[in-house]
Design a protein around this ligand. Structure first.
Ligand code: SF4
Length: 386
């Protein structure tokens, strides 16, 4: 069978198994990406979650010596939750970003790619493949861009004409050479909506990102969140997709093509207070199957505290005091103290002062101190009201 007819068959088969878009590219070096990654590294813009060296991330043949081409796939995910539960005073909720709704996309895409690999092998027994979804060395986005899946937006997302940027990406290296597809034209033009909307200035003109400032990345860290970002994450528990929401290409885009990617409202938008003390077992049962659980429960719980601070949720004060005094993790105790200060009730300040008497961890004491510093501004505000 010729490679051209195999390509046609692969495209037809990919549609039959629910792959929404497929593109083909060569296994050549990603030269532009290589230069950009080096620059990112020098500037300290990396997230630290990257896998492999810059060479491994940009030279496909280092990962699979016989690689001739790369197949890039995209699967569309929903952007709107049907009947989202409403958060309200006394019952506040956090939110997972859209890319973490439904079953973990790594599982869904890997399954599709495995089916595709088996199909290719059936057609061409000498075919060899290597599958990657997000956690591999290659950049899903760079592959998708070169394979014509979409163009790379200034928000660094791949924007498809059909599904906007609400697509999951994965790829497969093969030892078969296929006619490559053509990349799409850049579609951003003069638009700067995503740059303007980013609350931390993480996006830099030219389609670059300082991951150290990106809220999507920061929601996944496990340490204390730096002060400057605490009041900016709002009720985000995992990820942050404002730069996608504001993009004109995502306007009215909302595809519900895969039942397994449908959000479960109580999981995608969970109540904050119960999350603070959730057991490991319960966490696994409730959140273990979503992409946003990959860093464990701690970042989500820390973010839940910050979300309660964002809402100034006075009804949660007793629960937050419990975290400040009982949680074994300093990040949780310290963030709870800061949150109490931010909420700023008399009970909250009294609890911080009392807890300081028994606290021995220096980082936590430092956060307690910061929490108490809010007292002065609260007193001033009260005075001004009198
Ligand atoms: S918001 Fe505008 S600049 Fe940003 S990715 Fe979309 S089209 Fe490009």
């Amino acid at each position: 069978m010729s490679e051209a007819s195999l390509k046609k068959k692969i495209i037809a088969y990919s549609k039959s198994i629910g792959i929404d878009k497929i593109g083909f590219t060569t296994a050549d070096v990603f030269t532009a990406l290589k230069n950009r990654l080096k620059e990112q590294q020098e500037l300290g813009y990396q997230s630290g979650f990257e896998k492999g060296s810059i060479e491994e991330r940009t030279e496909p043949k280092r990962l699979f010596t016989e690689a001739q081409s790369i197949l890039s796939i995209a699967i569309a995910y929903p952007s709107r939750m049907p009947n989202p539960p409403k958060g309200e005073k006394g019952n506040r909720r956090g939110i997972f970003c859209r890319a973490s709704w439904g079953t973990d996309y790594h599982v869904v895409l890997r399954d599709k790619l495995e089916q595709l690999a088996a199909f290719i092998k059936e057609q061409k027994p000498e075919a060899e493949t290597k599958i990657m979804v997000d956690t591999g060395e290659l950049s899903d986005r760079a592959v998708a861009e070169r394979a014509g899946i979409g163009f790379s937006g200034k928000n660094t997302a791949i924007i498809t004409p059909e599904f906007g940027s609400y697509v999951y990406l994965g790829e497969m290296l093969t030892n078969i050479s296929f006619e490559p597809d053509q990349p799409l034209e850049d579609g951003c033009g003069d638009c700067t909506k995503c740059l303007d909307a980013c609350p931390t200035g993480a996006l830099i003109e030219g389609g670059r990102l300082n991951a150290q400032k990106c809220l999507a990345f920061l929601t996944q860290t496990k340490d204390f969140l730096p002060d400057d970002y605490r009041s900016k994450i709002g009720n985000a528990l995992y990820g942050y997709d404002t730069c996608q929401v504001v993009c004109p290409y995502n306007k009215k885009v909302d595809f519900h093509l895969h039942p397994e990617l449908e959000p479960e409202p109580e999981v995608a938008k969970p109540k904050l207070v119960p999350l603070l003390t959730i057991s490991n077992r319960q966490f696994k049962v409730t959140f273990g199957h979503v992409a946003g659980s990959w860093r464990g429960k701690k970042p989500l719980q820390r973010n839940a505290l910050l979300a309660l601070a964002h809402y100034k949720e006075t009804t949660a004060v007793p629960d937050i005091i419990h975290v400040m005094t009982e949680d074994v993790r300093p990040v949780m105790r310290g963030t709870a103290a800061w949150t109490l200060g931010k909420i700023g009730t008399d009970e909250a300040f009294a609890a911080i002062k009392k807890a300081m008497e028994n606290e021995t961890d220096e980082d936590v004491l430092f956060e307690m101190d910061k929490g108490l510093q809010f007292e002065a501004s609260h007193l001033q505000a009260d005075k001004a009201r009198e």
